[in-house]
Ligand binder design. Structure first.
Ligand code: FES
Length: 154
């Protein structure tokens, strides 16, 4: 069941749009913010609250890559694997991250600190290669910078 805090935040979003269903993505973000990820149960709860089908909620949830349908670590690393980053050193960054964190794409480390995911263009192709950790965007990333970047996230 959605918490009172979750409902209040979703109600606020509902007040900004003409139809409840227009708040699906915001509702997903709110619930994820509180629970870390979006389970099938969360999908069903949001659907019930917005009076739409779970399938509609799920289709939005799976479309947006920042909505996590599986448990993730405390921090999520999104490594851009699109063309500019690919030619500017994506593979080397991926190899370095795998080695430093001992995880591959789709995995979370045993300490639950990081989840590593591939991501389509992060919108800063002129500063490739790029990665994002939580809401922080890193551009022109080098392997040498990785330790300093990662140590900011505990
Ligand atoms: S291709 Fe990586 S940011 Fe656009």
């Amino acid at each position: 069941m959605l918490s009172i805090t979750e409902k209040e935040a979703i109600d606020h979003e509902i007040g900004l749009v003409p139809h409840k269903r227009a708040t699906v993505i915001e509702a997903l973000k709110i619930v994820q913010q509180h629970r870390g990820w979006i389970s099938d149960e969360s999908v069903a709860e949001i659907a019930e609250y917005l009076e739409i089908s779970p399938a509609e909620v799920d289709s939005v949830a799976t479309f947006y890559n920042l909505i996590f349908r599986r448990p993730v670590g405390r921090h999520v690393i999104l490594l851009c694997d699109s063309i500019s980053c690919y030619v500017m050193g994506y593979k080397q960054l991926y190899t370095a991250l795998q080695s430093k964190l001992q995880i591959s794409f789709g995995q979370t480390g045993p300490d639950n600190r990081f989840t590593l995911l591939p991501n389509a263009c992060l919108g800063c192709c002129d500063h490739a290669p790029a990665l994002m950790i939580d809401k922080d965007l890193y551009r022109d990333v080098t392997i040498e910078q990785l330790d300093d970047i990662l140590q900011q996230y505990t």
